[in-house]
Design a binder for this molecule. Structure first.
Ligand SMILES: Nc1ncnc2c1ncn2[C@@H]1O[C@H](COP(=O)(O)OP(=O)(O)O)[C@@H](O)[C@H]1O
Ligand SMILES: [Mg+2]
Length: 226
């Protein structure tokens, strides 16, 4: 088993009473409150650079949404560094890339997980043209289909500053959770990400600041974005 295969524990599942899990639940609550006027059903996570915690955040959000009795599907649309098949211990033989190239149909790409109410579409084999794939009309149609079948559609994406994939997916999502590693991302980088999201009229639902030095030591902070 490779390092990445056993190093992705899901705290919301393993430790439902921990302060970190509570923090993920409060993100969910904040999103629910921010969607009183406009329906927020399709939510993506992104960040400025790799390794800031996008996948960790969206997978834990998926668990806490599923635990609130919502029917949830999580799509691994980071077709560059996919991780959801490791996190949820699923096969990645078929997934998003296979769906978009019509090698498999939706029913065979949506996999059940050990978490009830939570389904996952893994990345599928890494394609040579991820940006084109997520920009396709087929991707939009897929998201619309999932809107009908699930209460909440969550999407993991690549980092904003590296490639255009996340900006494209933002045009198909109702809102964005931005995950920033406060130790790593400088203000100008955060502003650049904000600008790119604004360009496509993305709604930033909130910012998860990882790696925050706080007295209570949770290393983690969320604030609403306005
Ligand atoms: N809030 C957090 N507290 C501690 N470690 C975290 C947190 N969020 C992410 N990590 C760790 O940081 C690493 C990168 O996270 P990951 O979610 O894979 O980043 P990304 O998807 O943005 O590349 C992982 O090892 C993950 O376990
Ligand atoms: Mg990731």
């Amino acid at each position: 088993m490779s390092k990445s295969e056993n190093k992705r524990p899901l705290i919301s599942l393993l430790n439902p009473k921990s302060p970190v899990t509570e923090a993920y639940r409060s993100i969910r609550t904040n999103i629910d409150f921010s969607s009183l006027d406009n329906k927020v059903q399709v939510i993506m996570s992104t960040s400025a650079t790799p390794g800031e915690g996008k996948s960790t955040t969206i997978s834990n959000l998926a668990v806490v949404y599923a635990q609130s009795d919502k029917k949830v599907v999580l799509i691994d649309a980071d077709l560059r560094k996919p991780t959801m098949h490791h996190t949820f211990k699923l096969s990645n033989r078929h997934g998003l890339s296979s769906l978009l190239t019509r090698q498999v149909d939706l029913a065979n790409a949506v996999q059940d997980t050990a978490v009830s109410n939570l389904s996952v579409i893994t990345s599928g084999p890494i394609p040579p043209n991820p940006s084109e794939m997520v920009a396709s009309g087929r991707m939009s149609a897929l998201i619309e289909e999932l809107r009908d079948q699930f209460d909440i559609v969550l999407i993991d994406t690549p980092p904003m500053l590296a490639v255009t994939d996340a900006q494209i997916i933002a045009t198909k999502s109702d809102g964005v959770v931005l995950v920033l590693d406060s130790g790593r991302v400088k203000k100008d980088m955060a502003l650049k990400v904000q600008e790119q999201l604004n360009q496509v009229n993305a709604k930033i639902l909130g910012v998860v600041l990882n790696n925050v030095k706080k007295k209570n030591g949770s290393g983690y902070y969320y604030y609403e974005y306005s």
